[in-house]
Ligand binder design. Structure first.
Ligand SMILES: Nc1ccn([C@H]2C[C@H](O)[C@@H](COP(=O)(O)OP(=O)(O)OP(=O)(O)O)O2)c(=O)n1
Length: 280
């Protein structure tokens, strides 16, 4: 049979250290967050929440990020008589935030020590807690026939060997999202840098090509006046042909200078048909 509030008032003074009647919650008793906690690391480097098992001062707070585990030692040392058994849970207020009790629900007969809650934050956001918060509940129930049992010694601290599997970090959706966001930012930074470099390269290439074109045009314009005097001098030589280009100034081309070879000679050669005697 479960113990009601009145029986709890009668008995808990001997069974729970630092008992206070105001913590009786109908047929249960509220247990508090104690002086030592451990929260599994998020796996994100340099995350200030990645801390080893740590002691908590009076009222000191801590957070359990979404998707992470926590070990929480109770403030109270409790005892369960040989003729009783106890049941433990997290208060609904904390369950609604996403906190789930992973570590079991009963306390053996003839148990003595603190309780160690292993909790998982299945909620969407971090759960904030602090030492002294009345976070857990305990119920007592009588056994039908008491038996003589050896005392079961409970926890006084969080055993370090429990932490090994969690110490490397627990991949949570929140942690993965944060890693994706971080990689996304790194990638977009890299793309921006590459785009900037490409723009600089484009401008540099355009400048070089422009300079080369300018230089080429300059070279061309410088080489032109050097050809002109040749033509002028050549055309200044009197052409034997009266049908040569009308004016030396009009055609400075060197082709004009070759004209004497192509134009009819002033003394016609006898080989030309026009010079042949008629009748031959
Ligand atoms: N959240 C919990 C659950 C249990 N306990 C304590 C009370 C129990 O009496 C004791 C042992 O619990 P179990 O019998 O469920 O665990 P094991 O069977 O693993 O331990 P053992 O081999 O010591 O019986 O641990 C606790 O401190 N915190």
């Amino acid at each position: 049979m479960f113990w009601g509030g009145e029986r709890l008032k009668d008995e808990l003074g001997d069974l729970i250290d630092d008992y206070h009647v105001t913590r009786i919650d109908r047929a249960a008793y509220r247990l508090r967050v104690g002086g030592e906690v451990y929260v599994s690391p998020t796996g994100e480097p340099n995350d200030p929440r990645n801390k080893p098992k740590r002691p908590l001062g009076e009222g000191e707070s801590f957070t359990i990020p979404a998707g992470q585990f926590g070990f929480i030692l109770t403030e109270e040392r409790i005892r369960v008589p040989q003729h009783a058994i106890a049941f433990i849970s997290i208060r609904a207020t904390y369950k609604f935030r996403g906190l789930v009790n992973v570590s079991g629900f009963h306390v053996d007969p003839h148990y003595e020590g603190k309780l160690l809650f292993s909790v998982f934050n299945a909620g969407p956001g971090a759960v904030h807690l602090s030492r002294g918060e009345e976070c857990f509940l305990i119920w007592y129930a009588s056994l039908d026939r008491p038996s003589v049992l050896q005392k079961k010694m409970g926890f006084e601290v969080i055993p370090s060997d429990l932490l090994g599997p969690l110490a490397t970090g627990v991949e949570s959706f929140a942690g993965l999202k944060s890693k994706i966001d971080e990689n996304d930012k790194k990638l977009s930074d890299r793309v921006t840098t590459v785009e900037r470099e490409q723009a600089v390269m484009k401008w540099a290439s355009a400048l070089v090509i422009g300079a080369m074109i300018t230089f080429g045009l300059k070279e061309c314009s410088l080489s032109r006046p050097a050809a002109a005097p040749t033509a002028a001098v050549s055309s200044a030589v009197p052409s034997p042909s009266p049908t040569a280009t009308p004016s030396p100034a009009a055609s400075p081309s060197p082709a004009v200078t070759l004209a004497p070879a192509l134009t009819p000679s002033p003394s016609p050669t006898p080989k030309t048909p026009s010079a042949a005697p008629p009748g031959q």
